[in-house]
Design a binder for this molecule. Structure first.
Ligand code: PEP
Ligand code: MG
Length: 564
């Protein structure tokens, strides 16, 4: 038996044969080309056109987040700047293959130095180059095969294009050497309920030397075991069976929200970013929306959306929740989500730069138009809409935002707590605001000074990190003292066990990704509030994220029964 440990990227378990996706891409050489530059350019153009068209076709046959990602990737593939860069190498006498690899390397370095969301695009650009190289060489790109029987897929990493035609029903689990909890692999796996472990060092080499052996994957803990002994096999089989049974059952919900077994009501909301998400959120049993990321509506825009345009889309987004609650967030532009119509100077460190609420100093007009549009959409629909600002650091910023939003007639105004300084101002901020919502994704990265997109730093961004739990506790307790509801809308609320701990820490509502909502609801409704409090106390005292998880789970045994 060989046991490896990676980062849990979804939940569930698997036992079965594995397939190692090896990506043998034709090598390139700096040797001079035997063709003329024009011939090389024609060959490159043909390959780029083919790959660009293939990627947009893949986008067309995809849905949701994957579709958006693929559309962006197909634009990168045909970016004139990339082609121009490759042409300069061709003009120096190099082959089309060598030239596109060199141009790609320059692009990758640029993206890497930008950090955040752009740095995450590096693997997309590399994948585009691999596809172009295969096309030039006239060989098939090594796609994920259509498996005849359910199989565990192992890969160095998976690009969005790789996953387009993934037959979810034949994939028992995914294990990758690269990636992190927010990588494409993790997003795709969660949205399709495939157990997944990412950032698992050594998995590719072990897979090569252990071909044909049985593999066990525990996606809740991140354990991957080659040739598991019979007791581990039985444990995994029993867990898979428990998950199957749970998925067949409906989770009961009261009109006020989900309830623990001893009757404590915990509303569970959905995080959404598009009109299409409203339907799936309702189908998943959401109590409303706990985070509407408005910047996602306009990421690809060169100019700011008009007042009327915003009124229309917010009205569409609020309408389906007429009898429920929607928490809408003002634009969180900047860092990993730059927006063309909000101009930033070249910031050396965008995650620590002018982001979210901080853009108000240069763009108060945009904030005013957005608040006006939200206020009008509230009148149009009658939905109970709460409005909040991201990236608030100081109480005076919270006060300014509350005053500004109220001046537009918005009744319920709050802020996100995701900057460490705001934790120490939690008492003042929870006195100023009608509610606060903790963004554990950013709070985790800023507390640990670790980029949330970085695979090598994924451990710091584990939402079970005790420093993050202690921060949530401080804010939740301030909220209780000042009668201010405290929700959590970061990814931490999408892990059923951690969601339970957050409630035990004093958080009054949860907002999670739609794909995990049923699991989170199943967990909360299977436990008593005192279990949640005991789990929270145990996790708070833990020295590491792993011990926090283990100690908390000792009080959450009902989750085990549900395979969560
Ligand atoms: C967060 O930071 O936890 C959050 C919910 O906001 P976003 O992920 O959009 O930054
Ligand atoms: Mg955030």
């Amino acid at each position: 038996m060989i046991a490896l440990n990676g980062v849990a990227a979804s939940s569930g378990a698997a036992l079965g044969q594995f397939f190692l996706l090896t990506t043998e891409i034709p090598a390139t050489s700096p040797a001079p080309s035997s063709l003329t530059p024009d011939e090389e350019k024609r060959s490159l153009t043909a390959a780029i056109e083919y790959v660009g068209a293939d990627l947009s076709e893949r986008a067309e046959r995809s849905t949701g987040e994957l579709r958006d990602i693929l559309l962006a990737v197909s634009e990168i593939a045909t970016d004139p700047a990339l082609i121009e860069e490759a042409h300069t190498f061709i003009d120096q006498g190099h082959t089309a293959s060598f030239s596109i690899s060199q141009a790609t390397n320059i692009f990758k370095e640029l993206l890497e130095s930008s950090g955040g969301y752009l740095a995450e695009r590096v693997s997309d650009v590399a994948n585009i180059c691999d596809r172009i190289l295969c096309r030039i060489a006239g060989v098939e790109y090594p796609e994920i095969p259509h498996f005849q029987q359910p199989t565990i897929l192992i890969a160095r990493d998976l690009s969005p294009a790789d996953t387009t035609d993934l037959q979810s029903e034949q994939i028992l689990a995914i294990v990758t050497e690269g990636g992190g909890p927010t990588s494409h692999t993790a997003i795709i796996a969660r949205s399709r309920s495939i157990p997944a472990v990412v950032a698992c060092p050594g998995i590719v080499e072990y897979a090569k030397s252990h071909y044909g052996q049985l593999l066990a994957v525990e996606a809740t803990t991140g354990e991957v075991i080659f040739d598991p002994p019979t007791e581990i096999q039985s444990r995994i089989i029993a867990k898979i069976e428990r998950i199957r049974k749970r998925k067949e059952q409906l989770v009961t919900r009261t009109p006020f929200g989900y309830q623990t077994v001893d009757g404590r009501t915990i509303p569970i909301y959905a995080n959404i970013g598009r009109v299409a998400d409203t339907k799936v959120a309702i189908e998943a049993g959401a109590d409303g929306v706990g985070l509407l990321r408005t910047e996602l509506l306009y990421l690809d825009r060169a100019t700011a959306p008009s007042l009327d345009e915003q009124i229309e889309i917010y009205t569409q987004l609020f309408q389906p929740f007429a009898s429920q609650k929607v928490v809408i967030r003002t634009l969180d532009a900047g860092a990993d989500k730059p927006m063309a119509f909000i101009n930033f100077d070249d910031e050396p460190n965008p995650a620590l730069g002018v982001r979210g609420y901080r853009t108000i100093h240069e763009h108060e007009d945009l904030m005013r138009v957005q608040l006006q549009a939200i206020a009008t959409a509230i009148k149009n629909t009658g939905t109970d809409v709460w409005v909040m600002a991201p990236m608030i650091t100081l109480p005076e910023e919270a006060q300014n935002f509350v005053d500004l939003a109220r001046s537009f007639g918005i009744k319920t105004v709050g802020v996100m707590i995701e900057v460490p300084a705001a934790i120490f101002h939690a008492d003042e901020i929870t006195k100023i605001c009608d509610f606060v919502s903790i963004g554990t994704n950013d709070l985790g990265q800023y507390l640990h000074a670790a980029d949330r997109e970085s695979a090598p730093l994924a451990g710091f961004n584990d939402p079970w990190q005790p420093a993050l739990l202690r921060a949530v506790h401080l804010v939740a307790q301030a909220g209780l003292r000042n009668n201010c509801p405290v929700g959590v809308c970061g990814e931490a609320a999408s892990d059923a066990a951690l969601a339970a701990v957050l409630v035990g820490l004093g958080v009054s509502s949860l907002s999670c990704s739609v794909s995990t909502l049923r699991d989170v609801a199943a967990g909360v409704t299977a436990l008593s509030f005192s279990d949640l409090q005991l789990a929270a106390v145990a996790a708070l005292g833990a020295p590491t994220s792993q011990t926090a998880k283990n100690l908390a789970r000792e009080h959450l045994l009902a989750l085990e029964e549900l395979g969560l």
